[in-house]
Design a protein around this ligand. Structure first.
Ligand code: ZN
Length: 233
């Protein structure tokens, strides 16, 4: 990572950048694109590790840490990402977006608790995100399968990541309204003990959310060999 970005981070995050770069063999490139909103993002593949920001000065340590944790999982820990299965014939952009979204949500179950432990102010940030999600699930015109998927996944986040009681209760009320409360408890019980093994998490999640295994594959990056391979579920 270029020095003028690295210097904006506290010491422990500089160490996280350096450890991630050393262990993966990738230099993390920061790219400023004014067309982006204020949110950060990262993109990793077998060739590069990029951190995307809208402007050079939008480099908040807590948001940067979030992206670094995503990168460390994929590049150092070898955690796979859900991608569309190339052999699946009924590809749609919605399917691809949905799988990307689901992968992100599963990753957040692991990385957001670590992020909040380091930056307690991020609890409020995530509470805001989740409050908006609950509202969208209630009011957006979703088909019943999608509403159920979003409800279960976001309820699980709210109950797994340490959130305020009021938000947990709001999530419970929504799931009660949708008749999904008991399913949500069982979904959590089935999923949380798999979080150390992403492949297992994805299989359990797909089964619970009625997503056909044939739609997706798991892509692993071998950063040392600069190779990626996708395996069927
Ligand atoms: Zn994220």
């Amino acid at each position: 990572m270029e020095d003028h970005y690295l210097r904006q981070l506290p010491g422990d995050l500089q160490a996280l950048v350096q450890a991630t770069e050393q262990q993966s063999g990738f230099a993390i490139q920061v790219e400023a694109d004014p067309a982006r909103g204020t949110t950060l993002a990262c993109h990793v593949d077998e060739r590069s590790a990029r951190l995307l920001v809208s402007r050079e000065e939008f480099f908040q340590p807590a948001s940067v840490m979030h992206e670094l944790l995503h990168m460390r999982r994929f590049l150092v820990d070898g955690v796979p990402q859900i991608v569309v299965n190339d052999d699946f014939n009924d590809w749609t952009p919605q399917l691809e977006a949905g799988l990307t979204n689901l992968d992100n949500s599963l990753e957040h179950l692991v990385i957001v608790p670590e992020e909040i432990l380091r930056f307690s102010v991020r609890r409020q940030y995530w509470a805001g995100v989740m409050t908006r999600k609950l509202r969208e699930i209630r009011v957006n015109p979703l088909d019943p399968d999608d509403r159920r998927r979003h409800a279960l996944v976001n309820w699980l986040f709210i109950h797994h990541v340490p959130m305020e009681d009021a938000l947990r209760q709001a999530a419970d009320r929504l799931l009660d309204e949708l008749g999904l409360r008991q399913q949500a408890d069982a979904f959590r019980d089935a999923l949380v003990h798999t979080l150390a093994v992403k492949e297992e998490t994805v299989r359990v999640c797909f089964a619970w959310l009625n997503i056909p295994f044939a739609t997706a594959a798991l892509k692993c990056i071998d950063s040392r060999a600069r190779e990626a391979r996708a395996v069927a579920l």
